[in-house]
Write a protein that binds this ligand. Structure first.
Ligand code: PLP
Length: 398
């Protein structure tokens, strides 16, 4: 009898975390690696949020809380949705979990059965397909194109639908491409979701990180009917530089939230009490730090997109949000360095790490092999140095 379950054997570790670990271990050996691997803001958690956590400790707020989060945090989340998206939720429609990833995991466990099909537009966040598969669902990958700004079209969606379609995942703004859906694009998706009756899982974790005045829209805000068909996955990690605090949340139909609450009650129980108090301050307190962070990201985005597009044979879509670029390097596939042929995004990422000392994440991990993902959640100095190194390294390929 084998030690490990089929489930465990079918999983590989998250590739984004793996690249970061390799870059960090090279840095620990004294190698100056420029890392574009991080999926987290390089800013510190704002002081008012840290203070709220310290106060929670001092007040002895260190015990179990209700499984799905304290009412104070649920109310802050409800107010956030009202304020930002004009959607009205009740406490029974909100669940707080240990990070957005955990929110999605619980959701997948709560709604997918063996054979249920889940449409995932590619490029996708690396964790969607494994989490869908772990729950027994079948990921149905629908490719999108650079020309369409990596967005699923109504035609692409209609082609992928079957009677088994249970849900579509919309991640706007997107990790890894930074593309974001406009209101009218979401309206067309909503029409199909309502007429064919499937759920839209709307991952809005990068909602606040948008550029050039882009107006974020939540698909749940389009109509009451659509609200019933939408489950929003969200969290404080990216907006408030709180990746380590592990607070995510879900908003959706009571029946789904209640099932997720049961799953959470038999697995992790409540998210950390202290982090919950900090998240109340994050969502309800002053928002000016977010604006500052986004304007720093905007400057870096402009620079990195410009540099990449100036490199021969490289094309880079200018993202509307998040803090990633997803340049197409495929014109270099087939070229070699010291007798070693670069045939795909993994080979190229290895080449960048070994030769240029630059960490990027191969596009294949996001379901799009012509590309590499670079996070610009790093200093302008690092970005300049990293771009110089990539430019020089590409010249070595022949
Ligand atoms: N959704 C997307 C698209 C992400 O990129 C991430 C993190 O990388 C998450 C959800 C989950 O974030 P966390 O679990 O840190 O809250």
């Amino acid at each position: 009898m084998s030690v490990l379950s089929h489930r465990a054997k079918s999983l590989k570790p998250s590739p984004t975390l793996a690249i970061n670990a390799k870059a960090k271990s090279m840095q620990a050996q004294g190698i100056q690696v420029v890392s574009f691997g991080a999926g987290e803001p390089d800013f510190d958690t704002p002081d008012n949020i840290k203070k709220a956590a310290k106060k929670a400790i001092d007040d002895g707020f260190t015990k179990y809380t209700p499984v799905g989060g304290i009412d104070e945090l649920k109310d802050a989340i409800i107010n956030k949705f009202k304020r930002d998206s004009h959607i009205t939720y009740k406490r029974s429609e909100i669940l707080v979990s240990c990070g957005g990833k955990h929110s999605f995991y619980n959701l997948a466990q709560a709604i997918f059965d063996q054979g249920d099909e889940v449409i995932i537009p590619a490029p996708y966040w690396v964790s969607y397909p494994p989490m869908v598969a772990l729950a027994g669902g079948t990921p149905v990958i629908v490719e999108t194109t650079e020309k369409n700004e990596f967005k699923i079209t109504p035609e692409g969606l209609n082609k992928a639908l079957t009677p088994k379609t249970k849900a579509l995942i919309v991640n706007s703004p997107s990790n890894p491409t930074g593309s974001a859906y406009t209101k009218s694009e979401l309206e067309r998706i909503a029409e199909i979701a309502i007429s064919k009756s499937f759920f839209v899982i709307s991952d809005e974790i990068y909602e606040k990180i948008v550029y050039d005045g882009f107006q974020f829209t939540s698909i749940a805000s389009l109509s009451d009917e659509m609200k019933k068909k939408t489950i929003i996955v969200h969290g404080v990690a990216k907006t408030y530089a709180m990746t380590g605090w592990r607070i995510g949340y879900t908003a959706g139909p009571e029946e789904v939230i209640s099932a997720m609450n049961n799953i959470q009650s038999q697995s992790t129980s409540n998210p950390t009490s202290i982090a919950q108090k900090a998240s109340v301050e994050a969502l309800a307190g002053p928002q000016n730090k977010v604006e500052k962070m986004v304007s720093a990201f905007a400057e870096r985005r402009n620079y990195i997109v410009d540099r990449l597009n100036k490199m021969p044979g490289v094309s880079c879509y200018k993202p509307a949000g998040a803090f990633y670029v997803f340049p197409n390097f495929s014109s270099y596939y087939g070229k070699s360095y010291q007798g070693k042929k670069i045939e795909n995004s993994t080979h190229l990422a290895d080449f960048f790490l070994d030769v240029a000392r630059v960490a990027v994440v191969p596009g294949v991990e996001f379901g799009a092999d012509p590309f590499e993902r670079l996070s610009y959640a790093t200093s302008m100095e690092d970005i300049e140095e990293g771009m110089n190194r990539i430019e020089d390294a590409l010249k070595k390929l022949a």
